[in-house]
Design a protein around this ligand. Structure first.
Ligand code: ATR
Length: 278
């Protein structure tokens, strides 16, 4: 039986076991996928004993993604560019690491708004770890004008420098002006997440065909997405990114490329709603 895991600290709110558990059942595979909480000081030992403990691989989340990167013998190009690993598997006896966040972002937009990448210009809010994955994804898709705005300008500049031509860094205060001629607006900050401050943006004057997407998915419709919808803009929520980023890992561990379906989405949504009532 193939055994996989998701590890983080904390990990109990992870919805990955629900997603992979659904696919294991759907494809009638003998396998397991469980959540394992590992404190940072134990993470290296955890990784070095994976095979010994019968694991074929797993997902890694906060705060272990950067250490996971350094422990892998080989990494895919997304992980190399993003500087973090969220998926581990074994190949030719070696520990391999990948980053599937950029894939998840792109696959979600491809599935929900097929012409999202026609204009090749985007405004990215935030310059943290999540932003790196989005910038990598946009570059891969051939975007030639990507503006990063961030509260801390130096972080935005650092990212722009890392990803090179076509990517520029701007003060947060420049957002209203930068929005005017942007076709894709992506929130990669934690603002708007349940329990955090919301992100308020004035969408008047934004191109009517602009698309707004958020990587935050709790709540599903963040205040940002609601404001965009009320301004008549197209929106894509962040739940799809979570579902799609899980696909490559499942394929590595269990040998079947799973499908992201409305059934899976409903299952995770029901869990989120149940969680909110508790
Ligand atoms: P992650 O790895 O999940 O992206 P992170 O590295 O902590 O998390 O980055 C969080 C992002 O949200 C950053 O862009 C952060 O801005 P700073 O670089 O200025 O810290 C942004 N962010 C978090 N709280 C914010 C707030 N209250 N106002 C504006 N931006 C905020």
């Amino acid at each position: 039986m193939h055994k996989a895991f998701v590890t983080g600290y904390p990990i109990k709110h992870s919805r990955s076991p629900l997603i992979h558990g659904h696919w294991l059942k759907k494809y009638e595979l003998e396998g397991s996928y469980g959540a394992i909480e590992v404190v940072p000081e134990d993470f290296s030992d955890f990784v070095s004993t994976l095979q010994q403990n019968g694991y074929v691989g797993g997902n890694v989340t906060i705060p272990h993604k950067e250490v996971a990167f350094s422990l892998c013998q080989k990494r895919d190009s997304a992980a190399e560019e993003i500087g973090a690993v969220n998926t581990l598997w074994f190949e030719e006896g070696q520990l391999r690491g990948g980053n599937t966040d950029a894939y998840g972002f792109v696959a979600n937009l491809d599935a929900s708004a097929s012409d999202w990448d026609k204009q090749k210009s985007a405004l990215v809010l935030g310059a943290g770890g999540a932003s790196r994955a989005i910038l990598y994804a946009l570059k891969q898709r051939g975007f030639t004008d990507v503006r990063i705005v961030n509260r801390t300008l130096t972080r935005a500049k650092e990212l722009a420098g890392h990803f090179g031509s076509g990517i520029t860094a701007h003060e947060w205060a420049a957002t209203p002006e930068l929005l005017q001629d942007t076709s894709l607006i992506v929130n990669t900050t934690s603002l708007g997440m349940e329990g955090k401050e919301s992100l308020s943006i004035d969408f008047s004057g934004v191109k009517p065909n602009a698309l707004v997407t958020d990587i935050v998915y709790v709540p599903l419709e963040t205040p940002l997405l609601k404001a965009a919808r009320l301004a008549g803009l197209k929106t894509v929520d962040g739940l799809g990114m979570l579902l799609h980023q899980a696909v490559p890992g499942f394929e590595h561990w269990f040998g079947v490329r799973p499908e992201v379906t409305s059934e899976l989405r409903d299952l995770v949504l029901a869990d989120m709603n149940g969680g909110q009532q508790k």
